[in-house]
Ligand binder design. Sequence first.
Ligand SMILES: CC(C)(COP(=O)(O)OP(=O)(O)OC[C@H]1O[C@@H](n2cnc3c(N)ncnc32)[C@H](O)[C@@H]1OP(=O)(O)O)[C@@H](O)C(=O)NCCC(=O)NCCS
Length: 185
Amino acid sequence: MVPDAMSPIESRTFKAKDGREVVLRSIRWEDLDDCIEFINSLVEEGADILRDTKVSREEEADWLGKRLASVDKSELIDIIGEVDGKMVANSEVEKRSGLMSHVGYLGIGIKANYRGIGIGTRIMQTLKEESKKAGLKILVLDAFATNKTAQALYTKMGFQDAGRIPKAIYKNGKYTDLIRMTLEL
Ligand SMILES: CC(C)(COP(=O)(O)OP(=O)(O)OC[C@H]1O[C@@H](n2cnc3c(N)ncnc32)[C@H](O)[C@@H]1OP(=O)(O)O)[C@@H](O)C(=O)NCCC(=O)NCCS
């Protein structure tokens, strides 16, 4: 039987490579404004994420409400990274259901000026630990084939290539493959 314990995580602090203090904690309703700014900044820079249009406050409130409900129901781990009280990272592992209850789908994003200083690595380590605690056995993620930084991070964390979906992404008039990676916890 798969344990069912994806409760909010205890907050923790670490120093990034540039000396900035980073808080990792569970997402809260009060993060709504930060969530809007965060996702819209990724959309604006054209980051390799699935969303390509900015969110409205209403859409994001709906999204956050559902997300918090999923955390409450132990279906989701959501870890944000905060520097000087502002959200600079968001990440999740979403538990699959039924015969795939032992599988979690991972996603992560770091704000542009906070990349390359170890936040992604620390969040991935924390997601792995929390997923294990929650009884998950397998983590799965997808990355744009063009996103070499993300793939380097995932490989470093032990993920292995599990396949490629040709032309899964259509961005700026061009097709890009999606790479699937998995990790056995
Ligand atoms: C991909 C992403 C999550 C990585 O997070 P990060 O905080 O920058 O990662 P870290 O600083 O912990 O670096 C992790 C590894 O990534 C690689 N990496 C980081 N910056 C890199 C760069 N500029 N060029 C190439 N590789 C890089 C390195 O292998 C690094 O490990 P190392 O420091 O031990 O050498 C982040 O760049 C991001 O959010 N990008 C935009 C959104 C996105 O692409 N999300 C993932 C969608 S699949």
